[in-house]
Write a new protein. Structure first.
Lengths: 225, 460
């Protein structure tokens, strides 16, 4: 059985709550949805350590607001990303100073949210150890990839590309975004470079129908939801 | 030129002029009076002398003295009269002159009148009085007596007095000029206070008032000025509050729009980029549609609220409240029956001057609010009595500390619940505004768990 990373989502607006959960689940996370500040505090009291990897928290919540919940999160040792419509500097500074890992202002883009979550997880040492897509297992600790138990030799850039796509699976990346993520924003290379590497990955992992080309957008690594 | 300088100058000029004229008049009068007195006294003296001399001469004539004896007699008599000032003339010839002067024209007939005739003439800064009278000696009037007197003393006195007056005049003028300047300045100081108050107010200090306690015209100007400042301060405060309310409204609006926008953008983004299964796609589309209609509701409510703020031209007419109740009940019948809520109404109120459409929308909003708070099987009462209309429900009620705030735009007691029921936090704000336009106010009484009663109370 695969153990998926559990993310706590606290948001009072039903539709936004569902939106976040839908995307996180598509990207391979497990979610716990809570709509109320007091309910969240209760959940944190009972939750065991290391069960929840991260919390996405709205600031304006009924019962107990997001800033007030910070203490509970710190007790439970859960890193927090605030997700809020409050885009004034004071709120941002307050949020980050109080100990949040990141502060995302609504409206946000799905990809941005996922990338930031990934960054926070990496920073706090809570990244997934392994990512499994069909018969391919990516061992993030050992930087190795196996297909059906056999080791596949990937060049460093190919490996980075695979990890990026697999970390936010089912989400499409544009070629520019991939270039930025892997080659760094200073790299002035052509987007064709990405296509070449994608071709290599498809060939080596037999991922022709897994890494899909999305017209006008880029590439997406698809896996069962 | 400053007003106080002008006023002082005018006052000083008028005062100096008046003093000069009156001083001159007094001096002139004094001079005339003294002259008359002098003339009168010399006249008396002359008359007396002339009479006595006439008697002496008559007795001399009666004694029958010859010419030479007569002349020495006359001389003797003149000496007896101590007549140092007299000249005696007989037939145009000076026969005795005890004065140090020469009479130029002794034959002049003017000195021969029955009454003294006087002339004053001036030579080398000296004034002389010449006065003459005929002496009747035994019926004939060949003798004339002329008095010559140096009266420079009199004019000297008058000049002395004039100089003295002038000195007093100048001293008084200096003192009064200074006094006038000081007094007028003092009278006009409140104007300075008024000016500095105006400057302060135009500089932005609206709390400033002119402190003037005088009861004169400046005092009343200051009172009027302060009343004006009060009015301006009130209006500015009102405007500031109004703009603050609008700013807050705009702030809440932005926030209120951000939530559906986040959903719409997020779901579309997800649909575009994320690999979703069929059910998830349906959910995403459903949410997009829901959020769009939420925005649309927000828009239309906001439009009506803004309309009520910007355009105060409401159309008041005599409308039967009973009729409005019936229409509202018809409008609400379907949505309420779907929720299993019953509406009961009763009206003992007559006609009232209201805007029919706005009032309907007021009632519909209140009933919608009650319906949102109610559960299935509850009853909503709508009643009109005396000067108030009330909507009463058996719903969940409003927490005591939130009652004050529920009429604020975008304020929701229970956001999640309100959203679910399609509320956007503007209903009561709208109701309060409509009530205010009708000169009424909203009175909210509520008990948690027992229900809420909202009354529209018309101020009589």
């Amino acid at each position: 059985m695969r153990v998926r990373t559990k993310i706590l989502v606290i948001e009072d607006d039903t539709s936004i709550l569902e939106l976040i959960c839908m995307n996180l689940e598509a990207a391979g996370y497990e979610t716990v949805a809570i709509r109320d500040g007091l309910e969240a505090a209760e959940y944190l009291q009972e939750c065991r350590e290391n069960v929840v990897a991260l919390a996405l928290v709205d600031v304006m919540l009924p019962g107990k607001d997001g800033f007030a919940l910070m203490e509970d999160f710190q007790k439970a040792k859960i890193p927090v990303i605030y997700l809020t419509a409050k885009d004034d500097v004071i709120s941002k500074v307050h949020g980050l100073k109080s100990g949040a890992e990141d502060y995302i202002v609504k409206p946000f883009e799905v990809l941005e949210l996922l990338v930031r979550i990934e960054k926070v997880l990496k920073r706090t040492g809570r990244s997934r150890q392994k990512i499994q897509i069909r018969d391919v297992v990516i061992n993030l600790k050992e930087h190795s990839v196996t297909k059906a138990g056999k080791k596949v030799a990937l060049k460093p850039l190919e490996y980075e590309l695979l990890v990026t796509l697999a970390s936010s699976k089912n989400v499409a990346f544009s070629r520019e975004e991939l270039l930025n993520q892997i080659w760094g924003c200073e790299y002035m290379g052509e987007t064709r470079t990405v296509d070449v590497h994608i071709g290599q990955l498809r060939k080596k992992l037999e991922f022709h129908d897994v890494i899909r080309t999305i017209s006008k957008t880029g590439y997406r690594l698809e896996d069962s939801l | 030129m400053k007003l106080w300088k002008k006023l002082s100058l005018v006052a000083v000029l008028v005062m100096l002029g008046g003093m000069a004229v009156s001083g001159l008049a007094v001096l002139n009068h004094e001079k005339q009076y003294n002259q008359e007195k002098t003339l009168e006294s010399y006249g008396q003296q002359l008359k007396f002398t002339a009479y006595s001399l006439g008697k002496e001469l008559e007795s001399g004539l009666r004694a029958g003295y010859n010419q030479v004896t007569m002349n020495s007699y006359v001389d003797f008599v003149m000496r007896r009269f101590e007549g140092y000032q007299y000249i005696l003339i007989k037939d145009g010839q000076v026969i005795s002159n005890r004065t140090p002067y020469e009479l130029v024209k002794p034959e002049d007939e003017r000195w021969g009148g029955k009454e003294p005739y006087s002339v004053i003439f001036k030579r080398d800064n000296q004034y002389f009085l010449i006065m003459g009278q005929g002496i009747s000696v035994g019926g004939s009037s060949e003798y004339k007596l002329v008095l010559i007197q140096d009266i420079s003393q009199l004019y000297g006195d008058i000049r002395q007095q004039a100089i003295y007056s002038l000195v007093i005049y100048l001293c008084a003028a200096v003192v009064s000029v200074v006094l006038i300047f000081l007094i007028i300045r003092r009278i006009l100081t409140p104007l300075k206070e008024l000016q500095s108050a105006s400057l302060d107010i135009s500089g932005g200090n609206l709390k400033r008032r002119a402190i003037v306690h005088t009861k004169d015209e400046i005092g009343s100007v200051a009172t009027a000025f302060n009343a004006m400042a009060d009015q301006i301060e009130n209006q500015v405060t009102e405007l500031e509050q109004e703009s603050e309310r609008r700013r807050q409204l705009l702030g809440s609006l932005t926030h209120e729009m951000k939530t559906p926008m986040t959903s719409i953008i997020g779901y579309s983004d997800t649909l575009l980029h994320v690999n979703l299964n069929e059910e998830q796609m349906q959910r995403a589309l459903y949410h997009i549609k829901e959020e769009c209609s939420r925005l649309e509701r927000l828009g239309s409510k906001l439009m009506s609220l803004m309309g009520l703020y910007d355009n105060d031209s409401i159309c008041l007419e005599e409308v039967s409240i009973q009729e409005i109740f019936e229409k509202t009940a018809r409008l609400e019948a379907l949505p309420l029956s779907q929720k299993g809520i019953r509406l009961e109404y009763q009206c003992t109120m007559g006609k009232r001057r209201v805007d029919r459409d706005l009032f309907e929308s007021l009632l519909v909003n209140l009933i919608d609010n009650s319906a949102r708070a109610s559960k299935e099987g509850d009853i909503i009462y709508l009643a009109g009595e005396k000067n108030r209309i009330l909507v009463k429900d058996q719903g969940c009620g409003i927490p005591k500390e939130e009652i004050e705030r529920v009429t604020e735009a975008f304020y929701m007691v229970d956001k999640a619940r309100s959203r679910k029921e399609g509320g956007c936090g503007l209903g009561l704000a709208l109701c309060a505004r409509i009530a205010a336009l009708h000169g009424a106010r909203l009175m909210i009484e509520s008990k948690l768990g027992e229900g809420t009663q909202i009354s529209v109370v018309f101020e009589e």
